[in-house]
Design a protein around this ligand. Structure first.
Ligand SMILES: C[S@@+](CC[C@H](N)C(=O)[O-])C[C@H]1O[C@@H](n2cnc3c(N)ncnc32)[C@H](O)[C@@H]1O
Length: 320
């Protein structure tokens, strides 16, 4: 509440004295306390392989902490030149100037495609305005962490709420941290073939998607089968198909990584008369916007499964 009140006062003052501010000048510099910075970076599991981009980087504390304490590289974008100069100077004093860069530019013009982690302490409406850029430019698996403000109907993958004694100077207050993992776009029709015990099985999966939430149906040989636990986290997709193969009920647990128009992974088959595992490759035959979707053919793979104690014949690797 205090944060909103402060913002209201700053914006009202700016309106009266300067006229309407440019779009980028609507968020004042209110620093994230260091304990909150650490929890943001911890929630995002930041490590030496990460490239952390802070949108509206203030004095650069998130990017500097990511480099100094978590071993990451980082980039801060900030429209206030004095804050950019301060960030660079502090990074030089910390001995991390080779790992971090600070640029004076509009965060809405910033290319995000190299970021593995994006951090923000902005405002809900700015988060929402940024959302399409984040989804379009970040790779699946990239993490987004926001201090105090969510992203509307994109449900976070994790949240962390706690009291920080350093919030708003030394006043103290609650902080909420939101984490999202950018999901792969798997909307569409996917097909693949598995050969189990010499019998080819043709699969078709049709998926609709809204952020990380996926609804899907699956058919084997043209027949609808029960589908459970469809999950997408980053580029990882998992789901379970129940049904009969050669007259025996079998649970098929698929897991794989989506990349462009393909998914590669493995399937574990388990049932009273069949146990085994096989490689799984699917291809997308029809792509639909992320709000809906289709799944494509994958190649069938070597089946190292066992049926009633007998090894199953290797699957054909034909891709339909
Ligand atoms: C609430 S502060 C957060 C600072 C820092 N990220 C932190 O958490 O300590 C928001 C920062 O965003 C900057 N900012 C606001 N709009 C911006 C824009 N369009 N482009 C670049 N910087 C912006 C402000 O100058 C301010 O320093």
């Amino acid at each position: 509440m205090r944060w909103r009140l402060l913002l209201l006062i700053v914006c009202s003052f700016a309106l009266v004295t300067l006229g309407p501010p440019p779009a980028y000048a609507q968020v004042p510099f209110v620093p994230t306390p260091l304990d909150v910075v650490r929890r943001m970076l911890t929630l995002a599991k930041v490590g030496p392989n990460d490239y952390v981009v802070d949108l509206g980087s203030g004095d650069g504390r998130i990017v500097r902490e990511a480099a100094e304490a978590f071993g990451a590289r980082g980039f801060g974008v900030e429209h206030d030149p004095e804050l950019v100069a301060r960030s660079r100077e502090l990074a030089r004093r910390q001995g991390i100037a080779d790992k971090v860069t600070f640029m004076m530019q509009d965060l809405f013009q910033t290319d995000l495609s190299d970021a593995t982690v994006v951090t923000m302490y902005l405002l809900p409406e700015i988060n929402l305005k940024l959302r399409p850029r984040l989804l379009a430019q970040l790779r699946p698996g990239a993490r987004i962490v926001s201090h105090d403000f969510d992203m509307g109907d994109w449900t976070p993958d994790a949240t962390d709420k706690f009291y920080s004694k350093d919030k708003y100077g030394a006043t103290g207050g609650d902080s909420t941290i939101y984490l999202w993992v950018v999901p792969a776009d798997i909307a569409g029709r996917w097909t693949w073939r598995l050969e189990v015990g010499g019998q080819p099985l043709d699969y078709e999966l049709v998926a609709t998607q809204r952020f990380q939430k996926v609804d899907a149906t699956v058919r084997i040989g043209g027949q609808a089968r029960p589908l459970h636990d469809v999950r997408v986290r980053g580029d990882e997709i998992t789901f379970t198909v129940l049904g009969e193969i050669r007259g025996s009920s079998v649970r098929q647990q698929f897991s794989g990584r989506a990349s462009g128009e393909g998914i590669q992974g493995s399937v574990i088959l388990s049932g009273p008369r069949m146990q085994g595992a096989a490689d799984w490759i699917a291809q997308r035959s029809e792509r639909t916007p992320r709000a809906s979707g289709v799944i494509l053919p994958m190649a069938a793979h070597e089946v190292s499964a066992h049926e009633g104690g007998r090894a199953l014949a290797p699957a054909s690797s034909r891709v339909r």
